[in-house]
Design a protein around this ligand. Structure first.
Ligand SMILES: Cc1cc2nc3c(=O)[nH]c(=O)nc-3n(C[C@H](O)[C@H](O)[C@H](O)COP(=O)(O)OP(=O)(O)OC[C@H]3O[C@@H](n4cnc5c(N)ncnc54)[C@H](O)[C@@H]3O)c2cc1C
Length: 745
């Protein structure tokens, strides 16, 4: 038997013995009162031995959390008097509480944290920050029973030393009160005689005092950062937003919607990265490249031949027309009509309350403001690879100006941007070589996702070179060459153009962060707290400049918190939650994810069950000539609660929506299975994966019961036949049937 179980059994046996033998009957006030003289006699004749025996008894009672602690505490007063009694009980109860806490930690913490890791993340953070205060208050205002506090706190990351000290201090007040009551034992009849409502109120007041003090200290600290920055008596604006990308636009919109006076400063183009150089142009380009890929599939779709006559330059012109078509959504005209003051120019934060704007013509103005939201975005990472500057390069900022297709395109980077653009260019006819330092592309996803995408890329003629590190660029006989290193050997790759897709770095320099001492984190983003606030409580940051996820929808999500907290934070602040963040990579096959994947679950030690459904088996996918990919769902062990989902296949980004809603609103796989999905659609894949999950949980025993029932209904079953099925009833939880046809049932 594992040691943990042994301990659990011993504790359970001791508790059971206490209850079954009714040992509690020896621990009552009457007995203490009647035996007080004898007990005191013992103490007077053998003070050390009596105190030690009492101490051990108390520790045992506290460790096992037996419901007798208050009587024994009163007894301490009756036997030892106020001072000695308080000292004995204070140490014994704290040691007992800590032992119970350690027991709970040893028995349950790993399992509970592994299972509910995501949900407990916020609790863990709170405990790490303010655990001592919470515990002190819990001890002082005993809303939770003694044993529950020990049990629950054992599951958290609070340090044992902190637990001991906070418990001892928190319990000292009660201990003293009970021990004092023991010195007056002749007058008390029950626990109510020890605690008057007035005394309880006083404890409650002492209990919340530290929390109030903590809040006051927080406020004082927050004020201290403003030292040396004189605060204007009045502000021209409620909010200045720096950057009119996805994040800045949402922040400004929210401010205008709640009638704040808001100024949005943009130094380049309204709409930022997403509209001008990111999501919109890339998806417009991918649309045309997909059409080309479909045409190449013509024979498979029953056509003899289908060819496209196209000019790459015209395709890129259409991309710009798409951008222009969407531009009005993010335009100065639209935002001005919404009530936002839009200012063209470069913003620099001069003080926590003022932002200077320099226009293109050199004119400057200073805006005073109650709050600032920084939404300055990110830019492509350009690493200092020798020879790169001399040879010239493209990034996601500049690639859109191409009008001639490079014959040989080298794509550096195997992340989402690199993969989307590598495939699009290859489909237009460029000979694409994709170079990635890691052992696989799309490293953020599970290895099987990388395999699916890599296989398709290679089938389409893209040369995917993983484990290749770019070392330098050279010119060789007039040709541009990348010299890369793979397993210690040099590899030379000739190309005509190189596209850098090596990640994006937040814009954190040159607009005042340095002067104000606003720190940038190790991940080279603006350091913000859970409210998206910088070290200045009135300066917030959102979007790519501060967010761990660089997506448009996350930029908008974080912008909501930044704007609302900047405008209303003095009254109520909202914690940005990153619990259910979906994203997609628009390659073919498309890849979409929400929540955990298997790799992350393993790395974080989170227990989960994995269920798959192969889209190659889906009717609609077969009809569409898109029978490839899979849906993979992670659930809590033994439950249908979804921890994460990954979809690879046609329209994965649309299909993931159902799992996003499910996770956000605690809908489990049982409910997805119980939902009618239109036939024939790709969305049925979501239902079928839920079906696979359900079937995997039917045991052979359950199937055997059903078979026996049906046989009995047919009048076939005799006692012998029923007995014959018995072994199956006790078999393990293995799947009874593995017939894919059942997926459709
Ligand atoms: C090729 C590509 C494809 C992408 N595809 C997708 C996709 O399909 N889906 C998705 O969700 N995301 C996608 N993204 C990511 C997405 O574009 C970004 O996450 C999003 O645009 C970030 O928005 P933001 O507001 O934080 O920053 P940005 O959009 O970069 O906006 C920041 C703005 O701040 C301005 N600015 C900076 N400093 C100052 C200053 N001092 N004064 C005034 N203005 C300033 C900049 O000019 C810029 O306009 C893609 C990105 C790329 C590169």
């Amino acid at each position: 038997m594992p040691r943990r179980w042994l301990l659990l059994v011993v504790v359970a046996a001791l508790l059971a013995a206490f209850l079954l033998l009714d040992l509690g009957r020896y621990l009552n006030l009457e007995l203490v009162r009647s035996q007080q003289a004898v007990l005191r006699g013992w103490y007077e004749s053998q003070p050390l031995a009596t105190a030690a025996a009492f101490f051990l008894l108390y520790v045992t009672i506290a460790t096992l959390s037996l419901p007798a602690a208050w009587i024994v505490t009163v007894a301490a007063g009756a036997i030892f008097g106020l001072l000695v009694g308080t000292v004995i009980v204070s140490f014994a109860s704290s040691i007992g509480a800590t032992l119970a806490f350690l027991g709970s930690r040893y028995l349950f913490r790993d399992a509970v944290q592994a299972r509910f890791h995501e949900r407990l993340a916020a609790v863990n953070r709170g405990i790490e920050r303010d655990g001592a205060l919470y515990l002190f208050t819990l001890r002082l205002v005993p809303l939770l029973p003694f044993f529950a506090v020990n049990l629950l706190m054992g599951l958290t990351p609070i340090r044992t030393g902190t637990y001991y000290v906070a418990s001892q201090l928190g319990m000292l007040f009660h201990t003293t009160a009970y021990v004092y009551a023991g010195t007056q034992i002749a007058q008390i009849r029950s626990v109510r005689d020890v605690f008057s409502p007035g005394l309880l109120l006083a404890f409650a007041a002492i209990g919340v005092l530290p929390l109030i003090a903590r809040k006051a200290i927080d406020r004082l600290q927050a004020r201290r950062v403003y030292a040396g920055w004189p605060r204007p008596a009045r502000f021209d604006r409620n909010l200045v937003v720096i950057g009119a990308g996805s994040a800045g636009l949402v922040a400004a919109y929210i401010a205008a919607a709640v009638r704040a006076r808001v100024t949005l400063v943009e130094k380049h183009r309204m709409g930022g990265d997403c509209l001008n150089t990111g999501c919109v142009p890339s998806k417009a380009m991918i649309r045309t490249s997909r059409l080309l890929a479909s045409l190449r599939q013509a024979r498979a779709l029953g056509l003899r031949r289908a060819e496209a006559d196209f000019d790459f330059g015209e395709v890129m012109e259409r991309v710009q027309r798409v951008v222009a078509r969407i531009e009005p959504h993010d335009s100065v005209a639209r935002y001005s009509a919404l009530g936002v003051e839009c200012v063209q120019g470069e913003a620099t934060i001069r003080s926590p309350w003022s932002v200077e704007v320099r226009a293109a013509d050199g004119t400057q103005r200073t805006l005073t403001t109650r709050g600032i939201v920084i939404a300055a975005g990110a830019r492509p990472l350009v690493p200092p690879i020798p020879g790169l500057e001399e040879i010239g390069y493209l990034t996601s900022d500049t690639v859109w100006s191409l009008r001639t297709l490079p014959a040989r395109l080298l794509v550096l980077g195997g992340g989402p941007v690199g993969c989307e653009l590598a495939q699009a260019f290859a489909r237009f006819g460029a000979k694409v070589v994709q170079v990635e330092k890691a052992p696989r592309i799309m490293t953020r996803e599970d290895p099987e996702v990388s395999v699916s995408v890599t296989e398709r890329f290679r089938a389409e003629g893209i040369e995917v070179l993983v484990g290749h590190e770019a070392k330098r660029f050279e010119r060789d006989a007039g040709e541009k060459v990348l010299v890369a290193e793979c397993e210690g050997r040099e590899v030379r790759i000739a190309f005509d153009s190189v596209l850098l897709a090596l990640g994006r770095v937040a814009n954190t320099a040159g607009y005042g962060l340095e002067t104000l001492g606003i720190p940038v984190s190790g991940a080279r983003r603006i350091e913000v707290d859970e409210f998206m606030a910088t070290r200045f409580p009135n300066i917030y940051a959102c979007g790519d400049v501060a967010s761990p996820y660089q997506f448009t929808h996350v930029a908008a999500h974080t912008a909501w918190y930044a704007a609302v907290n900047a405008l209303f934070g003095s009254f109520r602040r909202y914690r940005a939650d990153f619990d259910v963040i979906p994203w997609a990579t628009f390659t073919d096959p498309e890849v979409a994810r929400v929540g955990l994947n298997e790799t992350e679950a393993k790395a974080k030690g989170i227990a989960c069950e994995v269920t798959r459904y192969g889209i190659d088996d889906l009717d609609r996918a077969i009809a569409d000539g898109a029978a490839y990919g899979f849906v993979k769902v992670l659930t809590m062990p033994g439950k249908d609660t979804i921890l994460g989902a990954t979809i690879v296949g046609e329209q994965a980004a649309e299909l993931i929506g159902e799992f996003v809603t499910a996770m956000r609103h605690d809908i489990g796989l049982n409910q997805i299975l119980g939902t009618i999905h239109v036939y024939p659609t790709l969305a049925e894949a979501n239902k079928y994966v839920a079906g696979n999950w359900k079937r995997a949980r039917v045991t052979r025993g359950q199937w055997a019961v059903l078979e026996a029932f049906q046989a009995w209904r047919r009048g076939e079953t005799g006692v012998a036949a029923l007995l014959g099925r018995l072994p199956a009833l006790f078999s393990d939880k293995r799947r009874a049937y593995d017939d894919p046809a059942l997926d459709k049932a």
